[in-house]
Design a protein around this ligand. Structure first.
Ligand SMILES: Cc1ncc(C[n+]2csc(CCOP(=O)(O)OP(=O)(O)O)c2C)c(N)n1
Ligand SMILES: [Mg+2]
Length: 891
């Protein structure tokens, strides 16, 4: 029994309903809301459990009487939109007619063309210095796979030509258009990579958050700038899509607007065949504190809804599930008449006079520019909350039998001639039957009314979009002397490299020239890294300041939240903190001001946790520092399998513009960070840095003379001079370098073997340089062969090379290709799952301690015929290393 059938006293019900109607009519919505709130308060006080609901009936949130009226020319706008639809379709069909099967999507943009067009005609402001309210322009996250629709608009606007459209998805020979929004490939055009589902909405939330941060810091005025994010209803199943909406609600990000294209379908079929995705999302977003605007029905429904006095039509709308709504468009007007209206005789009667075509034309909200305009207008003016617009649309709109509402719509890339004809006729595209098979592009003459109109609209909004700009003014990067304390070493004092990093960061924050650009970001881990000193020093950003006295107030390092705070403390949310970093790391483009973000995280919860975002950071051309703290498989003792990272450098190296370092000493760290600042903020190189720091305490020496260049290139001689017949070259990084140094002593004292020690600050960088040189040699046969840096370093040295790190062997194995000829190369690394124990035990278990470095050296010398097996066996016995020791990789 539903609520309608339960009514025991319809007359009394009517009286109540009439009275609320009359209040709304006579005194307005606000008054009605007030009365209902009072009623609800009274009811709950008297113990009446109200049917709590975050969900309203399946209809438009904005009543017809409250709709803002669209001021423009509907006819011309439809014409422009139709041409965009056509050219978008032509791009994809042509790309797939060629036989290269390049792919692309038509149906998704077909469903969202109106959603974008209303934005382009009235809302999306381009960066324009003359604009008072929005000089930097709005930031728009386009749904990735509707890119053909955006290119098609740019084509009409004359920003892209036919040749470029022809080269959609053909990028190798230049001039091509990238499949999806990729700033890396189209740096003057796309701003945000969004096609990996979920990353767009997540980034957009943190962009809006960062927009507030950067203005609170007084660096970029807040003004009226907006972040718009367009996403799919299927995309809402990604945890990244919905995972941060609470932040937007809590932070009252009124500068953020989500537009969710609810075509009720994803790739395989319905998003919620048995339910209602719009209703589900309404509840979810409202619960998170968002302003929810449903745009369910188009204006052709208005007269029918106006007649629905008994609520039966609404009831029918509420009860139909999405899978059935899909049928109404896929199967046409007659079907809808019978199955939707036909269920109740009263509804059947309501539409008795309507033809099937008229029923079919009852439009959905997301295809009605008037309704979309009203929703956007409301969203753009809404205060104190972010807004989500839930727009009901049809996948493959206008594509008829080829795709409209069909389960296979997502993948349709080719249309037969009949479908093309139907599409052309439906949207009045001036292309003749005979030309149709070529699916030609179409742009009306420059002086046609639609072209004039379109240009005028964009002129009023500051110019064309999308556009990506860059501020390349160099920042005043501090000289190395700024970090003098680190260069001089710590003497006897033992500190961790994490602590050394915190000192560098503190010096940077205080730097007069660029200090205020520094953005420290942490995911609830500052104390873990010994950074709590910064809380008091630079404050934690909070949009509300601090409304309480912190429990540790009065202590040196109390928890200080403030409106101008500099630390972004993003809570236990690596994806969110990374997204905040990403906004800061691209601010040289999006805010016209470069920032210097440092995101400090547990290295294990870095790349493997948010790998796809790190990849997107490469695409975005992010600039900044990622600091993987408490790194290493054996250096972070005690924490065990899920915490001990022996592979983040391998993952980081998969990103071409991510520069990685695994330093040991404070001076190395200072040189690396200073050089990173120089490369990114002075030379404007579009790279970002990943640096690991550790929590093991030890004394840091002063920098050897002239070590800078080698530190940056990836290796330098730390302890040199050994040159006898029995000599080995020992390489190491991170804290394992210290085991290597210890091994040198043992080799010399106990075995009379000399050793040089090389600090390998970046095996990844050494490898990249090696690959580059190798490739150049391949492509320039007959020229003087060049030699990789690592080969140059080692070629005139005596004896074999042993390399030990706290990372998987694969990391140092990369160097095997560049070993000088005839050199034996042995690698030690931490393959296998971590486990908890002391550092000493772990290094023994993973075979990277000083004794293993000694054994490996003896083994390498044995292979070169300089040491005998029995000497090696004796050494193993001496060190208590069993030949039957368990293999950590398999154990
Ligand atoms: C992380 C990720 N997983 C899968 C895909 C592949 N994919 C592209 S579009 C799509 C369906 C999208 O459905 P929806 O979000 O509803 O968008 P619509 O096309 O219906 O507007 C999928 C699964 C992707 N791009 N990213
Ligand atoms: Mg969808």
């Amino acid at each position: 029994m539903d609520s309608f059938e339960q009514d025991q006293d319809p007359t009394e019900t009517k009286e109540w309903l009439d009275s609320i109607d009359s209040i709304i009519r006579e005194e307005g919505i606000e008054r009605a809301r007030y009365i209902l709130e009072r009623l609800s308060e009274r009811a709950t006080r008297n113990g009446l459990p109200l049917p709590y609901s975050f969900v309203t009936p399946y209809r438009n949130t904005i009543p017809v009487s409250e709709e803002a009226k669209m001021p423009g020319d509907l006819f011309l706008e439809r014409r422009i939109r139709s041409l965009i639809r056509w050219n978008a379709l032509a791009m994809v069909v042509r790309a797939n007619q060629s036989g290269d099967d390049l792919g692309g999507h038509i149906s998704s943009f077909a469903s969202s063309a109106t959603l974008y067009d209303v934005g382009f005609n009235y809302f999306f402001r381009a960066p324009n210095k003359t604009s008072e309210k929005c000089p930097l322009g709005d930031l728009i996250y386009y749904q990735g796979h509707i890119s053909p629709g955006i290119y098609a608009r740019s084509f009409l606007e004359g920003r892209l030509d036919k040749k470029q459209l022809e080269n959609f998805r053909r990028e190798v020979d230049g001039e091509g258009l990238s499949s999806y929004p990729h700033p890396r490939l189209m740096p003057d055009y796309w701003q945000f990579p969004t096609v990996s589902m979920g990353l767009g909405p997540l980034q957009a939330i943190y962009q809006a958050h960062f927009m507030r941060y950067i203005s609170a810091r007084g660096l970029v005025p807040r003004l009226d700038r907006k972040v718009w994010a367009f996403l799919g209803d299927g995309e809402c199943d990604e945890p990244e899509t919905l995972g941060a909406i609470n932040l937007a609600g809590r932070e009252k990000l009124e500068n953020l607007i989500f537009v969710i294209n609810c075509n009720l379908q994803r790739l395989d079929g319905p998003v919620r065949g048995n339910g209602k995705i719009i209703q589900e999302l309404e509840g979810t977003f409202r619960g998170a504190g968002w302003n929810v605007v449903k745009v369910v029905w188009g204006r052709h429904w208005d007269p029918l809804l106006a007649q629905d006095n008994d609520g039966l039509l609404q009831k029918r709308m509420d009860e139909v599930v999405d899978g059935e709504f899909q049928n109404y468009k896929a199967k046409g007007g007659a079907y809808t008449k019978e199955h939707f209206f036909g269920k109740y005789p009263e509804l059947k009667k309501m539409v008795a006079g309507m033809k099937d075509e008229e029923i079919y034309k009852l439009n959905r909200g997301g295809h009605d520019p008037y309704k979309v305009y009203a929703a956007y207008r409301q969203a753009a003016g809404h205060k104190g909350q972010p807004t989500v617009i839930l727009a009901h649309t049809i996948k493959g709109y206008g594509m008829g039998d080829a795709a409209e509402g069909k389960n296979e719509a997502h993948g349709v890339k080719k249309l037969d001639i009949e479908s093309l004809k139907a599409f052309r006729d439906r949207f009045d595209i001036p292309i003749s039957d005979s030309d149709l098979k070529d699916v030609p592009y179409y742009r009306p003459p420059e002086d046609s009314p639609e072209m004039v109109y379109m240009r005028k609209r964009r002129e009023a909004l500051g110019g064309y979009l999308p556009v990506r700009t860059e501020n390349n003014d160099p920042l005043p990067v501090p000289q190395l002397e700024t970090f003098k304390a680190q260069l001089e070493g710590t003497g006897e004092r033992e500190i961790s490299s994490t602590m050394a990093f915190v000192r560098i960061l503190t010096a940077l924050v205080k730097d007069k020239a660029m200090g205020d650009r520094v953005v420290p970001i942490v995911p609830d881990e500052a104390r873990t890294f010994g950074m709590e000193g910064l809380f008091r020093q630079v404050g934690i950003y909070s949009s509300e300041g601090q409304k309480y006295e912190p429990v540790d107030f009065g202590q040196m390092m109390y928890y200080k939240e403030e409106k101008e705070g500099r630390i972004m403390e993003e809570g236990i949310n690596e994806a969110g903190a990374f997204s905040a970093w990403l906004s800061a790391a691209t601010s040289y483009s999006t805010y016209d001001e470069a920032m210097v973000p440092f995101y400090i995280f547990y290295s294990m919860f870095g790349f493997q946790r948010v790998g796809d975002l790190s990849w997107a950071a490469g695409d975005c051309q992010a600039q900044g520092f990622l600091i993987g703290a408490t790194a290493g498989r054996t250096t972070l003792n005690g924490e065990g399998l899920q915490h001990q990272d022996g592979h983040s450098h391998i993952l980081a190296n998969t990103i071409p513009n991510c520069i990685t370092y695994d330093p040991t000493f404070a001076f190395e760290l200072a040189v690396i960070i200073q050089d990173g600042l120089r490369r990114m903020y002075q030379e404007n190189e579009r790279v970002y840095y990943y640096i690991t720091v550790m929590n093991e305490n030890y004394a840091h020496p002063a920098m050897p003379q002239g070590a800078e260049e080698g530190i940056i290139k990836g290796m330098y001689p730390l302890l040199s001079g050994a040159d006898g017949d029995l000599t080995v070259q020992l390489m190491g990084s991170g804290t394992i370098l210290r085991e290597v140094i210890a091994a040198k002593d043992i080799l010399e004292k106990d075995f009379n073997i000399q050793a040089n020690v090389w600090s390998a600050t970046s095996i990844n960088e050494l490898t990249r340089e090696g690959r580059k040189v190798e490739r150049e040699n391949l492509l320039h046969p007959g020229d003087q062969e060049k030699m990789p840096y690592v080969t140059q370093c080692l070629q005139d040295t005596q004896g074999p090379v042993i390399c030990a790190t706290d990372y998987m062997k694969q990391y140092s194995e990369q160097l095997r290709a560049y070993m000088p000829k005839d050199k034996t190369f042995v690698t030690l690394g931490t393959d296998g799952f971590g486990r908890s124990d002391s550092r000493e035990k772990l290094r023994e278990f993973f075979e990277v301690n000083r004794y293993f470095v000694v054994i490996a050296s003896l083994y390498a010398l044995m292979k070169e015929g300089k040491v005998e097996a029995k000497q090696l066996k004796a050494a193993m016995k001496k060190f208590g290393i069993s030949p039957d020791k368990l293999d950590p990789l398999y154990h």
